[in-house]
Design a binder for this molecule. Structure first.
Ligand code: FAQ
Length: 330
């Protein structure tokens, strides 16, 4: 529903002259980098776009715990286990800040969860790929958190106040996540031959899915033009993808690993790398639910939601009991 609404406004961005006074005042605030707050007037499309993006982001943080949670019991040392446990708990916290930010726009967390479970809302494509080895946990921290930071640092300046404030705290924690991933990769890449092979294999499998995290190419990005005019998004998908490649290739070189792209080459003229695009058919298949782990991820969320029903019922009953007692005492 939200996606449909937004798509219908995505055919062109209105100029200030075409706007009604209320909308023009809103856009002028955005243009002047004044944050929009929950009680301020906002176009319906802006509100719906934010709910879609923040909700999708929150779901990603929660679903993103699953591939890593899978390795907590199998982390190679007690120290690694404690670090991974802390990281996974951070992701839960990020999900909660983001659900709270979305709730300021008039949607409840329960509604967003129900939309996720019914397939009306998405989570990031990356979490539909399985973590098969310990090196994958390194690759997730290095590449997935690395891509997340690249996308989220500019979002600290996004136009919606509650989202921008949530991003400031989240970014601090993501930096630690990225470093712990790179540290795992360093140990593996400088370890035994078998460990090096595992590290290379993890990079081979996570490289293109990480590039897909930034979304489709700018030519196929339905929402970018309007979202950038509203400063919900600060950079385009391709811009961030390019920055990520430029930052990550030297890191792979330092590890002694090879990025799985024969066309990768430094382009002196543009001051960045030329690189191969991900397989966009695979990306859209994953979005449609046909990725290797889509089924398991949604099943895990459904089970958690169903198993938690008694807690939600208990809390609602307790709140109702307190409310009735207060009314009776008045
Ligand atoms: N996955 O028009 P655009 C993390 C959809 S970080 C799934 O370009 P937009 C941390 C898009 O929704 C990961 N769907 O869309 C962590 C739209 O479909 P719709 C989360 C995708 O919104 C690390 C359609 O394609 N980060 O979790 C994806 O302007 C480790 C057209 O695309 C965020 O969510 C995708 N990758 O730009 C946690 C960041 N890309 O809704 C645990 C905030 C596109 O019309 C462990 N979000 N789609 O049916 C954003 O910056 C934007 O939403 C983009 C997409 C850049 C993701």
């Amino acid at each position: 529903m939200y996606a449909q609404m937004v798509k219908s406004t995505g055919t062109g961005v209105k100029s200030l002259d075409e706007m009604e006074p209320e909308e023009r005042a809103f856009q002028e605030k955005v243009d002047a980098d004044i944050r929009i707050e929950a009680r301020d007037w906002m176009p319906e499309g802006y509100r719906k776009t934010l709910i879609r993006q923040i909700g999708q982001h929150a779901h990603s943080e929660i679903v993103g715990q699953l591939p890593e949670g899978n390795w907590i019991t199998r982390a190679p040392t007690l120290e690694r286990k404690m670090i991974l446990l802390a990281k996974v708990q951070d992701e839960a916290g990020h999900g909660l800040y983001l659900y709270s930010a979305a709730e300021t726009l008039g949607v409840t967390r329960d509604e967003m969860t129900e939309m996720l479970l019914s397939g009306k809302m998405k989570y990031s494509s990356i979490f539909n790929y399985p973590t098969l080895t310990w090196a994958d946990i390194g690759a997730v921290g290095w590449l997935v958190d690395g891509a997340a930071i690249m996308n989220q640092v500019p979002l600290q300046r996004t136009s919606y106040g509650p989202y921008s404030r949530a991003m400031i705290r989240i970014c601090k924690e993501e930096s630690f996540h990225q470093r712990q991933g790179y540290d795992i990769m360093m140990k593996m890449a400088k370890g035994s031959e078998a460990q090096k092979r595992m590290a290379q294999d993890a990079l081979n499998r996570f490289w293109y899915p990480s590039l897909m995290m930034f979304g489709p190419s700018d030519a196929n990005s339905v929402h970018s033009e309007q979202s950038m005019a509203w400063k919900i998004k600060i950079n385009s998908n391709d811009e961030l993808r390019r920055k990520f490649v430029d930052q990550t290739v030297p890191q792979a070189e330092y590890l002694g690993l090879t990025v799985p792209d024969d066309t990768l080459a430094w382009n002196e003229e543009k001051g960045g790398y030329d690189f191969a695009e991900p397989d966009w058919d695979e990306f859209f298949d994953v979005l449609k639910g046909a990725g290797p782990a889509n089924h398991d991820r949604l099943e895990a969320r459904k089970t958690a939601w169903d198993d938690g029903a008694w807690v939600r019922d208990g809390l609602t009953a307790h709140a109702e009991k307190k409310r009735t007692a207060k009314v009776a005492a008045e």
